[in-house]
Design a protein. Structure first.
Length: 616
């Protein structure tokens, strides 16, 4: 007989229990190098990203014809306005995508997939998203976080043989984690999976919210509790008895996505459909997302490129006060920032994907930073594009078309893009995730000192260990040469890399100072942690932009070399902008208004400001 475990209801889960669940799911060790982790430790490891990685020629040769066919198919078959009006991707479009092999882009060829790399996959999803955003989401939800990726990484040979060919042939998949009371706090999960008395199956009961592809999926990865603090992952077929699509959801953008509330009522799941093992579901989800979320920075870059094209043409064509508006400084400032930032976004996205393809890096921080940073910069670019176009940016493309103007879809782009700052890890959650990894090395050295539950027998050795460690570590973060002639091979960009070199040590010191200043309360000072993460993101983007510009400048390809001078110019302008943002974050690290603002928020929470909400 299976042991019945009384699960805590959402209201009874304590902060300590929630933290314990999240901590248990973390990847505890760093077995491969990470460029961003090195930055947090005060080391600029350009050898990890320079020379800038490239797609192997054989991969390029296999991907090119597929990407060309995909581009042609979408151009001939997709009417974005039709998807917007009907809130549906037409069946013939989905059928065509399946026939092209889009449901198996990363599935190995031995299982019927195309077997392409993460970089090629990102490019395919970006092409789809530029044609119509919901199509990009369909492919990404299916293959980035749906069944194929976790099955490929964690599945048994039998599971792969059974399901991967079916997925490659077009069986759409989904990922079911979120619940009405569960966002980024999985300890509150109520969906349960109970082992049957004969031990041959699990019975799943519960309800999942915001399940993308859920209303049309044949297969799902479902997360459910199999015991106290144990979350497990299961492959569930949606035609099994008890699986019910309760409601298809609708949103401000992405009108064509099939996102729904899915209910599981006594769904019998064979034990062989358990992925990886009991209690490993949340870790499976986090590992899957390390590469799964890489499509988001890629599609964000695609949106930025589209906006740059729209803004450039309008700035050339629109004349005010006797000159194209791009000649006026107010617009020129926006256009220049957009171009430089788009180059940096592409550098970050490409670098993260290429590092994932090489398989020799731990990219959890790179992927999280790329997702957070690219979505936030992309949102700024879309907002600037709308501002440049003025009323034409706010007007729908359909309305523009009806009155004879080019139907630029800026208004739709803005609505479709906004979710990128929320799903697959909101910007706030990404900052907390990255911050936790940033302090990991310090917690390993001195964690027991700050832990109120640690016994004195653990605190005393930790105190001596920390004292010895920091007596050597801290001075090393002041010592180092970050000036000329370092990085001279990068030409005009060398000064920016020297700045990254010096600032990485400053960042490491700032992390340490924050730990000393706030102690165990640092985890509550999320605004402080956010600034540290934002500094690291800018340093990563600067490094990526410089490395990519240098690669273009020294490329063997005549076309790439021709673009090299302008690439170096864009990288230089971007680095200038990023350095100002970094200095602003350092200036406000400890000298800020965080606590007065926090106290104001608590006054609002206590209903002391309700008068402000009332009409007069």
């Amino acid at each position: 007989m299976a042991t019945t475990v009384k699960e805590p209801t959402p209201s009874t889960v304590t902060e300590h229990e929630a933290r314990a669940v999240a901590e248990a799911a973390r990847e505890q060790e760093w077995t491969a190098p990470s460029f961003v982790r090195e930055l947090f430790e005060g080391r600029l490891r350009m050898d990890l990203i320079h020379p800038f990685p490239t797609v192997p020629p054989e991969e390029e040769a296999r991907a090119k014809p597929f990407l060309e066919k995909l581009t042609k198919f979408l151009a001939e078959n997709v009417d974005a306005e039709q998807v917007e009006r009907e809130s549906k991707i037409p069946p013939h479009v989905i059928k065509g995508l399946i026939e092209l092999g889009c449901m198996g882009i990363k599935i190995p060829k031995e299982y019927g997939g195309l077997g392409l790399s993460q970089t090629s996959y990102n490019r395919a999803v970006s092409i789809a998203a530029m044609a119509e955003s919901s199509i990009g989401v369909l492919l990404s939800a299916h293959q980035s976080i749906g069944v194929p990726q976790p099955l490929k990484v964690f599945g048994t040979p039998e599971q792969k043989k059974k399901y991967l060919p079916r997925l490659a042939k077009g069986a759409i998949s989904a990922f079911a984690l979120t619940e009405a009371g569960v966002g980024s706090d999985p300890a509150r999960m109520t969906t349960s999976a109970t082992l049957t008395p004969d031990g041959q199956a699990y019975i799943i009961n519960g309800e999942k919210l915001w399940c993308t592809n859920g209303t049309i999926a044949e297969l799902m990865v479902v997360m459910a509790k199999t015991g106290e603090r144990k979350i497990s992952a299961f492959i569930v077929e949606t035609n099994w008895p008890g699986v019910e699509v309760v409601h298809r959801l609708s949103f401000m953008g992405l009108k064509g996505i099939e996102n729904g509330v899915i209910r599981f009522t006594n769904v019998r799941v064979p034990k062989e459909n358990l992925l990886w093992g009991e209690g490993k579901g949340l870790k499976l989800a986090l590992v899957t997302l390390n590469t799964g979320r890489l499509t988001v920075p890629a599609t964000s870059t695609a949106a930025a490129k589209m906006c740059l094209d729209i803004a450039r043409r309008f700035s050339q064509e629109r004349v005010q006060w006797g000159a194209p508006i791009g000649k006026h400084d107010a617009v020129a400032q926006m256009l220049g920032r957009m171009a430089a930032t788009t180059f940096a976004m592409e550098s970050v996205s490409e670098l993260a994907a290429l590092m994932a393809d090489q398989g020799k890096f731990d990219i959890r921080l790179e992927a999280a930073l790329a997702k957070m940073w690219n979505t936030e910069r992309g949102w700024e670019i879309i907002d600037d594009t709308l501002q440049i176009r003025g009323g034409r940016g706010y007007e729908t493309s359909e309305s523009l078309k009806r009155r004879g103007e080019k139907p630029e879809p800026v208004e739709r782009l803005l609505r479709d893009f906004r979710i990128n700052l929320i799903f697959e890890g909101s910007s706030e959650i990404m900052r907390l995730f990255i911050a936790r990894e940033a302090v990991d090395s310090h917690l390993k050295v001195a964690g027991a000192i700050a832990d109120p539950k640690a016994p004195m027998s653990a605190k005393i050795p930790a105190l001596f260990r920390a004292g010895f460690h920091y007596a050597l570590w801290y001075p090393s973060k002041w010592i180092g040469w970050g000036f000329w002639p370092r990085h001279t091979q990068f030409g005009r960009l060398a000064r920016h890399l020297r700045y990254v070199d010096r600032t990485s040590r400053r960042l490491a010191r700032a992390v340490f100072h924050s730990i000393i200043r706030f102690g165990p309360k640092l985890e509550k000072r999320q605004a402080v942690l956010a600034r540290l993460v934002e500094i690291s993101a800018e340093l990563f983007a600067m490094s990526a932009a410089c490395a990519r510009a240098q690669a273009q400048r020294t490329s063997k390809s005549p076309e790439e070399r021709t673009q090299g001078a302008s690439a170096a110019h864009l990288a230089d302008i971007f680095c200038r902008i990023a350095r100002r943002r970094i200095e602003d974050r350092f200036d406000r690290l400890f000298d800020n208004d965080d606590m007065p603002i926090y106290r104001t928020a608590q006054m609002v929470m206590a209903n002391e400001m309700k008068w402000l909400e009332e009409s007069r």
